[in-house]
Design a protein around this ligand. Structure first.
Ligand code: 4NP
Length: 150
């Protein structure tokens, strides 16, 4: 199961989801069955590391993200990954601009996999990395449950 998490800048939400999901998959002993990455819709932050407050939030929870730098999603990513997981509706528009129509039905919103669908608020604008953490961990737990049998 190959999963690509996508947000606007690839320095806050999608890298948090990438490294949270990697940890959950590892703890479930399912590492061999998953490939997990993240990317941006925009080119705003290309090459930049995970934003320090997001990195701190991960570190507080024993999760590293060394070496991750922002990259932009491509049309080839759409073909390669099995699931493209967006953080908010704005990201869905950005993804559509890159890939056109989601003909294979691979694109979904993270929180649509939970019992409480909503946009993951962008902490770049809200400053609230705790709320992002709550959403990302709930969303990733739901994905793991859903995809564990894939
Ligand atoms: P992210 O947050 O999409 O969660 O990585 C953002 C980071 C940077 C920008 C926007 C959102 N930016 O406009 O540079």
């Amino acid at each position: 199961m190959k999963i690509l998490f996508v947000c606007l800048g690839n320095i806050c939400r999608s890298p948090m989801a990438e490294f949270v999901m990697k940890k959950m998959v590892k703890e479930a002993g399912l590492e061999a069955r998953f490939e997990i990455a993240s990317a941006a819709t925009s080119d705003e932050e290309l090459g930049n590391p995970v934003y320090p407050p997001a990195k701190r939030k991960l570190a507080e929870n024993g999760i590293g993200c060394a070496g991750k730098t922002a990259r932009q999603m491509t049309r080839a990513d759409y073909d390669y990954y099995d699931a493209i997981i967006a953080m908010d509706h704005n990201n869905l528009r950005g993804i559509k601009a890159i890939i056109g129509e989601d003909v294979d039905g691979k694109v979904s919103l993270l929180m649509d996999h939970t019992g409480n669908p909503h946009d993951v608020a962008d902490p770049w604008f809200t400053g609230n990395f705790d709320a992002t953490w709550e959403d990302v961990t709930l969303g990733c737990a739901a994905l793991l449950k859903e995809y564990a049998e894939f």
